[in-house]
Design a protein around this ligand. Sequence first.
Ligand SMILES: [Zn+2]
Length: 129
Amino acid sequence: MAAVTQTATPSMWSEQELAEVRESLQREIDELNADILRHETEIASGDVTQGAGDDQADAGAKTYEREREIALTLNARDLVAQNERAIARIDAGTYGVCESCQKPIGKERLQAFPRATLCVTCKQREERR
Ligand SMILES: [Zn+2]
């Protein structure tokens, strides 16, 4: 009798591969958090009273720079949240399963987009809305 040991791999990922994905997501979170901290420091330092300067162009440039920093920070925060969600899915054993149709997302897609939570079909449907 052939004893076939079947391990539960619903998303076709090995433990090793999941560990690697998890590690790279965590590393990215650390880098993003460092970025966020740097941007926040820059934003905060921009808040320091500039004095009653009437240089409009300079003020405009400062506002633009500040808004850019804020946008970068928000974007980084969003990515951190997405990475944390992906890690939570790895830990829960649901990584690689489409959140919408519950089908496997596909390894190639996840290797290109490790944070993907939707399969290509569902993603395209969402983008059409
Ligand atoms: Zn789907």
